[in-house]
Design a protein. Structure first.
Length: 640
């Protein structure tokens, strides 16, 4: 046991040293002291490979220390050591020869090709360790398709027979494609914002936002969901990762909801859907906002602001669904004690640092500069939090967590680079769009529904940035062919790539929440889908009402669009959970379902007849239900 602890410490030190060195290096680059060249991004990829390799070995040391050794430990330890050493050697070679490789591409010599293959294999090995078999397989298949696509007999998917050196150039050996494709996004945009998010959590922001959620929960029926919706929504919007946020906040919010009467599966579903909100709420948006900005050649802040109103509508839809459910089952208000002193002492750290970050972003300054200032202010202001001032140990753990998050997320963006490169270079994206146009009816609504289904399928089990990149490259060209503006097309597929974390059969966010809630996966998935039904309209809404994505340049035209979405969300919730003034029987819920369909069709076809159907059915049923609200609940119990 002592030897494993010593080995773990031996890996801790270089991990932190490399993390600090890489952070200082990226900081100098952010201020323009270093040239953004092939050498710069080679240094970044080398640092990322070293950090993730050290993390892989360190994780195995933790298994031994904690006495929770999994199967094939020896094989996994050897594999992790191989990935660390091989990536260091391969990327060391690429970094040393970066300028030469860039100038001579694609005319590489045999030695270059050997190290190119070592680089590819080692990065895939690290991806397998940290992101799993599914993602690694998708990337490996894409690379194999680039090399061997000419052997496919189907003319739709056949590629020319590319020279292996040409292919390796696009995989990343040429130092400006492939693995370098999104490395600049990781290094120049998200690096300091991710560390800033970890610092905020380390100085106590999680407890503060949960207390804010408790304050809200003390005022409404079913208020135990307040900390999950508000707390998880805020934290996830900073972290930008759904599954990790479920694990982080769900261990606190799920037991609280169960204590106040929520079914196990419903408690897990609320946490999963609330945490997913962080993927689509600015500023981070699951890293996808930075990729969208890169694809469209737009400033990141413009993309993030465009997603603000839809993101708020998502949270509103979740809140409406939970509120109707709480009234249906007469759940009590929250009675947990709120630490108002904590809120007062920690709020300045959050508001001032976050406000400065937004000020820099709104001023079209680099996200790296904004994140760096956020880190400096958060670390400085947390010293004035009184008894809530973080200890040295807490600050150390916050910095370490920041290095951990930024290294594995950077690895993710580096690893999926070849995937995007293959889809673009071989025109696989355009071919997939042609297939959809060929087999789906020539109606925009049907084509959008087809794109929705494909997005949900392609995104299953994959991290959000990967799911988005696959569906964006596969479907956005097709969606632009049917008349959608580029921004709306990207956001449409992005939203449904995010929703794929909630939809079976994989539903990774739901799986994590179900484990924490001690609930059945299928029941939790079913409850998640019921809540998510209120949000599935949003991508269609900003397609048919583009004014929803014009923030901060809103006009009065946005008001009817918002009202249509809210009316649909409330109607769907009433139908789903069977409550308006009193519990509803089956046919009453069916009327609201028809009303919801009328509202959706009115939006899709700009048809006042459908809107009239929705309004008449909703108002008529509401009046009848209000008049009979005191009817015996036992006689009108709705089937669930």
């Amino acid at each position: 046991m002592p030897s494993w602890k010593k080995l773990r410490t031996a890996f801790d030190i270089p991990f932190l040293v490399i993390g600090i060195a890489l952070t200082v290096y990226i900081g100098f680059a952010a201020f323009g002291f270093l040239k953004n060249s092939s050498e710069h991004y080679s240094n970044f990829i080398l640092g990322t490979c070293l950090m993730t390799g050290l993390l892989a070995v360190r994780k195995l040391c933790d298994e031994k220390i904690q006495g929770d050794v999994q199967r094939f430990f020896g094989i996994r330890f050897t594999f992790a050591a191989f990935a660390l050493v091989t990536s260091a050697i391969a990327m060391g070679y690429v970094r040393y020869n970066a300028v030469t490789l860039e100038q001579t591409q694609p005319f590489f010599n045999d030695t270059d090709m050997i190290f190119g293959w070592l680089m590819t294999i080692s990065i895939l090995a690290l991806t397998l360790i940290h992101w799993g078999l599914l993602l690694t397989s998708v990337i490996a298949v894409a690379i194999a398709y680039f090399f061997l696509g000419h052997m496919i007999e189907n003319p739709l998917f056949m590629t020319p027979q590319y020279d292996p050196k040409f292919v390796m150039n696009y995989i990343g050996l040429g130092t400006n494609q492939g693995f370098y494709y999104l490395a600049q996004v990781a290094a120049d945009s998200v690096y300091f914002l991710i560390i800033y998010a970890a610092i905020l959590l380390g100085v106590g922001m999680l407890d503060m936002v949960l207390d804010v959620g408790k304050m809200t929960g003390r005022r409404v029926s079913g208020g135990a969901a307040g900390p999950a919706i508000i707390g998880s929504g805020v934290v996830a919007s900073i972290m930008g990762q759904a599954v990790s946020n479920v694990v982080l906040t769900g261990r606190l919010t799920i037991p609280m909801m169960k204590k106040y009467g929520y079914r196990n599966s419903m408690a897990g579903a609320i946490e999963a859907t609330a945490s997913t909100a962080g993927q689509i709420m600015p500023p981070v948006m699951g890293l996808a906002a930075f990729i969208i900005a890169s694809f469209l050649n737009l400033p990141y802040i413009d993309v993030a602001l465009s997603g603000l109103v839809p993101g708020l509508l998502y949270l509103t839809g979740v809140s409406i669904a939970v509120a109707v459910y709480a009234r249906r089952y007469n759940l009590p208000k929250l009675k947990e004690k709120v630490d108002t002193t904590r809120i007062k002492r920690l709020l300045p750290t959050f508001i001032i640092s976050f406000g400065v970050v937004l000020w820099f972003l709104l001023g079209y300054r680099s996200p790296a500069i904004a994140g760096l200032w956020g880190i400096i202010l958060a670390l400085g202001l947390c010293m004035f939090q009184g008894k809530y001032r973080p200890t040295r140990r807490q600050l150390y753990e916050a910095v370490e967590e920041g290095f951990y998050l930024v290294s594995i997320l950077s690895l993710l963006l580096i690893a999926i680079g070849p995937l995007g490169q293959v889809m673009l270079t071989t025109n696989l994206a355009g071919r997939l769009g042609s297939v959809l146009i060929q087999y789906l009816p020539d109606t925009q609504l049907i084509l959008l529904i087809g794109a929705m289904v494909v997005s949900l399928i392609l995104g299953m089990g994959l991290p959000t940035p990967v799911a988005y990149i696959i569906v964006a490259l596969a479907l956005v060209p097709f969606m632009q062919q049917i008349g959608l503006p580029p921004l709306q097309a990207h956001f449409f597929v992005f939203y449904f790539a995010v929703f794929s974390t909630l939809t079976p059969p994989v539903a990774v966010s739901v799986l994590a929440a179900a484990k924490l809630a001690d609930a059945s996966f299928l029941n939790t998935a079913a409850d998640s889908l019921k809540i998510a039904l209120t949000t599935f309209i949003i991508p269609f809404a900003f397609v048919f009402f583009p004014e929803l994505m014009t923030f901060p340049h809103l006009t009065w035209a946005v008001v009817p669009a918002i009202l249509v979405v809210l009316a649909f969300q409330w109607t769907v919730s009433i139908s789903t959970y069977g409550y308006l003034f009193r519990p509803l029987i089956a046919w009453e819920r069916g009327v609201f379902a028809v009303a919801a369909l009328g509202g959706f069709m009115g939006m899709a076809y700009s048809n006042t007849t459908y809107y009239t159907v929705h309004a008449v059915l909703f108002v008529g049923m509401a009046v009848m239900l209000f008049a009979t609200r005191k009817r015996n609940v036992l006689e009108t119990e709705a089937a669930e």
